[in-house]
Design a protein around this ligand. Structure first.
Ligand code: ACO
Length: 329
């Protein structure tokens, strides 16, 4: 029997939209190239000065509303993010303060695009230890703060946004979703394929040094692509198998929204029909850790996910990290 339930979901993206046409004026690219290679048509981007915790706050409020939970009921706040407000304080502590709270356990998780599933598993562990806990997992990214706008191979891919889930060990009302299982993996040997190295302890900046390329997201796209397809396929099979489900029992599949071709490849390899696969990266781009909870919240809001559905989540990101989860709505 599961001891973790999602009581409510919410997401938020900044208002400003950057289209492929806008990008044509910034770098040597075309709407045709971006659409055909990635499936992305536009993405939302934060104004300079808007931080991950600002987006997290808006998403968290919506998730709390959907759950019917007051902020003061939260005991644990977890923020998976690749683009924290700062090294310290953590985005989770800043979010806690912005919610008008203090005294919760609050921490960030660094697992790149897989962050939300790492957050879900952490929430499950907390709820197993503390059955009365109410856990907020809010993945938030201002990836554009680490986007090199002169690098066409990466700047067309990313968008900003946040997605949140409120979890408890008992369901509330008939809208709670059961977290049936989460399966997480990583392999540091592949870390160099996707990095933001600059400013870390292995690559400290000296006072007065100007920011250089390693401050930004750097990626070897083809290698990431190859591993993403392989890993998401195998971890999805594994989570289904160990829970005794066949692929045909999956009602909705949500993969990390990085590239439509990756999503389609994973779907084909698993033999999941297209109409069961949720896609919203055409409008949001790759929002890293926020991608899965944004997709989950939107899929529920738009009726793509229905009561009783078995939902398979699959994710992949820097580290490398990857994982899968099974939810029952
Ligand atoms: N516009 C036009 N041409 C471009 C652009 C662009 N925006 N970007 C690259 N090109 C060119 C390249 O220079 C190259 O030209 P060349 O053949 O003359 O050298 C050509 O297009 C092909 O480049 P590739 O990189 O081989 O293109 P590919 O088909 O692999 O697509 C892409 C690139 C979209 C990045 C793809 O590899 C991909 O999506 N990879 C996975 C990314 C991902 O999933 N990341 C997930 C994790 S993200 C995270 O954790 C934050």
């Amino acid at each position: 029997p599961s001891s973790a339930y999602i009581l409510g979901l919410g997401f938020h993206v900044p208002e400003k939209v950057l289209t492929n046409r806008d990008l044509e004026r910034m770098v040597e690219t075309s709407d045709e190239w971006i659409t055909s290679r990635t499936g992305i048509r536009e993405r939302h981007i934060a104004e300079v000065g808007t931080s991950s915790s600002d987006l997290a706050l808006a998403a968290a409020r919506k998730a709390l509303d959907a759950a019917g939970i007051l902020p003061s009921e939260l005991t644990h706040i977890i923020c998976p993010t690749l683009t924290p407000d700062s090294y310290t304080p953590s985005t989770a502590c800043i979010l806690e303060h912005k919610l008008g709270l203090n005294g919760a356990m609050a921490m960030d998780i660094s697992a790149a695009c897989s962050g939300f599933l790492y957050g879900l598993e952490t929430a499950r562990a907390i709820l197993a230890l503390h059955p009365d806990a109410v856990v907020l997992v809010t993945a938030a990214e201002v990836l554009t703060s680490r986007t090199n706008w002169a690098d066409r191979s990466t700047c067309v891919l990313f968008g900003d946004g946040a997605g949140a889930a409120v979890l408890a060990s008992k369901p509330r009302g008939d809208k709670s979703a059961t977290v049936m299982d989460v399966l997480l993996r990583s392999d540091g040997a592949l870390g160099d394929f996707l990095t933001i190295k600059g400013g870390g302890s292995a690559r400290p900046y000296a006072l007065g040094e100007s920011v250089c390329e390693d401050f930004f997201i750097q990626m070897q796209g083809r290698d990431v692509f190859k591993h993403a397809v392989r890993s998401m396929e195998s971890v999805s099979r594994e989570v289904l198998e160990r829970n005794g489900f066949g692929v045909e029992q999956v009602d909705v599949c949500i993969s990390h929204q990085a590239n439509l071709r990756i999503i389609e490849h994973v779907g084909k390899k698993l033999a999941i029909p297209e109409e069961k696969i949720f896609v919203n990266l055409d409008r949001y781009g790759n929002t890293s850790a926020a991608s899965i909870p944004i997709a989950l919240a939107e899929a529920l809001q738009t009726g793509f996910i229905k009561a009783g559905d078995l939902v398979l989540l699959a994710t992949f990101g820097g580290g490398f990290t990857w994982g899968s989860a099974l939810l029952r709505f």
